[in-house]
Write a protein that binds this ligand. Sequence first.
Ligand code: CA
Length: 215
Amino acid sequence: MANILIAEDEMSISNLIKMNLALVGHTCTQACDGNSALNMANSSHFDLIILDVMLPGISGFDLISHLNNTPVIFVTAKSGLEDRIRGLRLGADDYITKPFEILELVTRVDVVLRRTKAVSHSFEFDDIKIDFDCKKVFKQGIEVNLKPKEFDLLVALVKNRNLALSREKLLEIVWDFDYEGDTRTVDVHIQKLRKKLDIEERLKTVYKTGYRLEV
Ligand code: CA
């Protein structure tokens, strides 16, 4: 997975981002002011920088021009359109405003990494291998026949692994916003995945919420 620098002076937010990105498999380094963020960015390779705009020392807007092509997602309390446009004009790949939902951040990170090709093409746990490009799943090296929505559901669980996902959120991710089905659709597909892949132990039901893939 990716090597990510989090440049954010509010430690509670920085730690929250780090914890959740670590849960989905990324390695995170933290910087709490503009100068140390710049030093770190210039001395090691990062696949992505999550950059707060209002940083002590060098601001995020000033800092981005000193970076060599490293993808950047701005995270800031500045939600005004002008700031958004300024951030994107300066070359940011995306822009997210506080307060944000952690799933939104994880998704945006995934989208940017996929675009910049730093994202992995497969994922393995236990005896299961998921090939994202070919849309195939193997168990002990043998292909498991999943229906398209079962595959999409598995990918959503893997990409947000170790995070609790509500049935509504899974409906939104896998079946799109407009889908008028009910949440039992999710339950049915979860049961299919558990059975076909024998992942009852990994694919946990989260009481009153939904599901979580623990890997
Ligand atoms: Ca700040």
